[in-house]
Design a protein around this ligand. Structure first.
Ligand SMILES: [Zn+2]
Length: 413
């Protein structure tokens, strides 16, 4: 093992002045003196007669941005992308917190740059809500660490709870700036978000409280761009014609560019436009959900099915000795019924039980009505089937999923 003499440097200060003097070693090697301009990196901090703040800040900024870009280019899903940024990139800032005197505007500019990079990779829309981005996922946010919070609060929180005498004194002598703890900062951010009339309208209307209704957000296993777009839609951050007309004051009509019948709001595009109803809403959305349920039922009951749900093309009837599944089939009844064509009917031959499953994806505000409508409209079919098929028990199962991903608690159970 060798001692790294070439890497060692000497700094001699006398009465605050630098004295040039290397150290000659018996082995005729020499430990050079520190170049005051270049400095010397000790435990990751660049210093000479004082800490080289300007160079350190620039180096940390470049390294932080480099890591954010690297992580964004990776194939990580959205949740892991944010976790990786927090763990790898933000830790570079966290490491020197308190050593280098960051100004709040410098850190805010770093946060802005991060958000721009998130926008470049479609994880965050430029008009999306900044305060929501930093909230916990259970609160509807994305759990991005806030650079300003890291620098200004973490050190304060650490020192404020410490029992060490010197650390306590550093707080008394204002060596460490007084800040807020993380919970307080997030609470302030949340109230700021809720005060914004346009961004928070969706959350206020659906009462974002039950975490189970947003399991997809907590799991975070979607693609990055999909989450970015969906969240922008929830925050009304997509420039629809209505918003351009009413808020941006652009001289264009506010009506939908596809049907030209109603105002082009986010709700209209995702669930109310007559011209999108048959193909985009029915085939691309509802049928895909029903198809997934059909695939799962086939799998659970050893019926014919494809390896992957997305390759599964349901047949009108599949059955074995104990189970029968009907797909999108009009049921023959003695009486003529207005609703006799549910997405799936699952009949258990052994137990003589039956499930009438029907999928609907209304706008998230209308989830309870969607459930009630499905139960009401298939009630007659339920009674007819019970009689014709001699069922012991028959249930209507409405699968109601909001256009922006809200899952009804009934569907969840
Ligand atoms: Zn329309």
């Amino acid at each position: 093992m060798e001692f790294g003499i070439k890497k060692c440097r000497v700094l001699v200060m006398k009465k605050g002045r630098h004295h040039k003097s290397g150290i000659e070693l018996a082995s005729e090697d020499k430990i050079k003196e520190i170049d005051l301009e270049e400095g010397y990196k000790y435990l990751g901090v660049l210093e000479a007669d004082s800490i080289k703040e300007k160079i350190m800040k620039e180096n940390v900024r470049k390294e932080y941005i480099r890591w954010v870009k690297e992580i964004q280019r990776s194939k990580l899903n959205r949740r892991n992308t944010i976790s990786a940024i927090n763990a790898r990139a933000v830790s570079i800032i966290r490491y020197i917190a308190g050593t280098v005197g960051w100004k709040t505007d410098e850190l805010q500019s770093l946060d802005r740059r991060t958000r721009k990079l998130l926008t470049t990779y479609n994880m965050f829309q430029s008009k999306g809500d900044v305060d929501r981005l930093y909230q916990q996922r259970s609160e509807g946010g994305r759990k991005k660490e806030d650079c300003v919070l890291i620098e200004k609060s973490c050190l304060y929180c650490y020192v404020s709870v410490s029992e060490e005498l010197l650390l306590k004194e550093s707080l008394n002598e204002s060596v460490v700036a007084v800040g807020h703890d993380k919970e307080t900062v997030l609470t302030i951010r949340k109230s700021k978000f809720l005060e914004k009339k346009l961004h928070s309208v969706f959350f206020k209307a659906i009462e974002f409280r039950d975490v189970k209704r947003y399991e997809w957000l907590r799991k975070g296993d979607w693609k990055k761009a999909a989450e970015g777009t969906l969240m922008a839609g929830q925050e009304q951050a997509i420039r629809t014609r209505s918003i351009q007309h009413r808020i941006d004051r652009v001289d264009i009509p506010p009506n939908c560019r596809i049907c030209d019948e109603r105002e082009e709001t986010v709700a209209h595009i995702v669930s109310e436009c007559g011209k999108l109803a048959q193909k985009q809403y029915k085939q691309w959305r509802q049928d895909n959900v029903a198809q997934t349920i059909h695939w799962q039922l086939c799998k659970d009951n050893s019926l014919e099915h494809n390896e992957q749900w997305y390759d599964h093309r349901p047949k009108a009837i599949v059955e074995n000795e104990s189970f029968k599944l009907l797909w999108d089939m009009r049921i023959q009844t003695d009486r003529e019924l207005a609703y006799n064509n549910p997405d799936i009917i699952a009949f258990n031959k052994d137990k003589r039980t039956c499930l009438i499953i029907d999928v609907t994806c209304p706008f998230d505000y209308r989830l309870p009505e969607g459930e009630r409508e499905k139960i009401d409209c298939y009630d007659e079919l339920k009674r007819e089937l019970k009689r014709i098929w001699n069922c012991r028990e028959i249930k209507i199962v409405p699968i109601v999923i909001g256009a922006f991903g809200t899952i009804s608690t009934r569907s969840h159970s």
